[in-house]
Design a protein around this ligand. Structure first.
Ligand code: SF4
Ligand code: SF4
Length: 327
């Protein structure tokens, strides 16, 4: 009997999701034994034309990581959608936009200006920038178009399931692969992780006071952090309240607060808005000692880069989606 065909593809991402597959360690042998990998650009030498030559629906499942921000990525995910019975958005960037999605606070012009002209590490005396078409003596060279807006995978193609995380942890990947191979899958559109919030699963949750109130915010790198105590109880912003659980508390276990890479729980529509309102609700604005308007403003102003904090992983999937810009 022929094995189910599986494809892996990466779009705008850091490569961490590819590492996550390699991190399956000896479990990867079980995967390779059970499936036939037909595309995995980071590891195997298959070409786009190999996928084009397949019949529609011939691939059982495509795992696609990364957000979609270039013409080439869009063409590839549309091609894989046609050729696949199932598409899984793999990792934060495909799922909710991820770190590349922060570029939606700018646009192509702003990104190119920073990357090719003004960044501290740029040396580009002749001001070269990439162009989609360049004529050289040998002929015409082309590059894919770089879009103004970063998209999540389901903003450009139909997605069947989501594997969250930056990167998805090995146990969740194996659970998903096993469920797919056994045909034991939840309804289409499910995020294949916990239904609970990270706080619900967190070992530090017991140290969070029932009536939590913050009157001063601290930054994690400027504070001696108690490794047993809830970050919020220490005045450090942690977004576990609105973040889906299932990561194994990776950051908290490393004594760092959660930044929401698993995206929102099912009940939350817009991660950033919910995170902001959750944090605002524990500000000691009307606490035992009422804060003056000035003190309240000072507390709000002490949140460094609120847009980058609350939308760190999710801007393209938020209601805002991107910053409105003239050009
Ligand atoms: S806020 Fe952070 S540290 Fe506190 S219980 Fe939630 S996830 Fe754990
Ligand atoms: S603690 Fe938060 S940011 Fe860290 S891996 Fe888990 S979900 Fe992601």
């Amino acid at each position: 009997m022929s094995k189910p065909k599986v494809a892996f593809y990466w779009c705008a991402s850091c490569g961490g999701c590819e590492e996550a597959v390699v991190d399956l360690a000896e479990d990867i042998l079980k995967v390779v034994e059970a499936v036939e990998i037909v595309l995995w650009p980071v590891a195997l030498d298959f070409k786009r034309k190999d996928v084009e030559a397949m019949a529609d629906g011939e691939i059982a499942v495509s795992f696609i990581n990364g957000a979609v921000r270039t013409e080439e990525q869009l063409e590839m995910v549309e091609l894989l959608r046609r050729k696949s019975q199932m598409v899984v958005a793999f990792g934060s960037c495909a799922h909710i936009g991820g770190i590349p999605g922060l570029a939606n606070f700018s646009n192509r012009k702003g990104v190119f200006e920073r990357v090719y002209h003004t960044s501290e590490s740029t040396s580009n005396p002749s001001g070269v920038v990439p162009k989609t078409r360049v004529t050289v003596p040998e002929g015409e060279l082309t590059l894919p178009e770089f879009f103004d807006t970063v998209n999540t995978l389901d903003q450009v193609i139909d997605v069947d399931y989501y594997l969250p995380g930056c990167a998805p942890p090995a146990d969740l990947i194996m659970d998903a692969v096993t469920a797919i191979l056994e045909g034991n899958l939840p309804p289409k559109g499910t995020v294949l992780a916990s239904k609970k919030s990270l706080c619900d699963e967190c070992d530090r949750n017991d140290s969070k006071p029932e009536k939590l109130q913050i009157s001063e915010l601290k930054r994690v790198h400027l504070t001696e952090v108690d490794p047993e105590k809830c970050f919020l109880a220490q005045g450090i912003i942690c977004l576990g309240m609105v973040t889906r659980g299932g990561c194994g508390q990776r950051c908290v276990n490393a004594n760092m607060p959660c930044r929401g890479c698993f995206g929102p729980t099912d009940e939350v529509k817009d991660f950033g808005l919910k995170a902001m309102s959750s944090i605002a609700s524990i500000f000691n604005i009307e606490g035992e000692k009422d804060m003056s308007e000035e003190e309240t403003q000072k507390l709000i102003d002490s949140i460094v880069d609120p847009a980058g904090l609350f939308y760190m992983y999710n801007l393209p999937s938020s209601i805002l989606r991107r910053r409105k810009m003239e050009d």
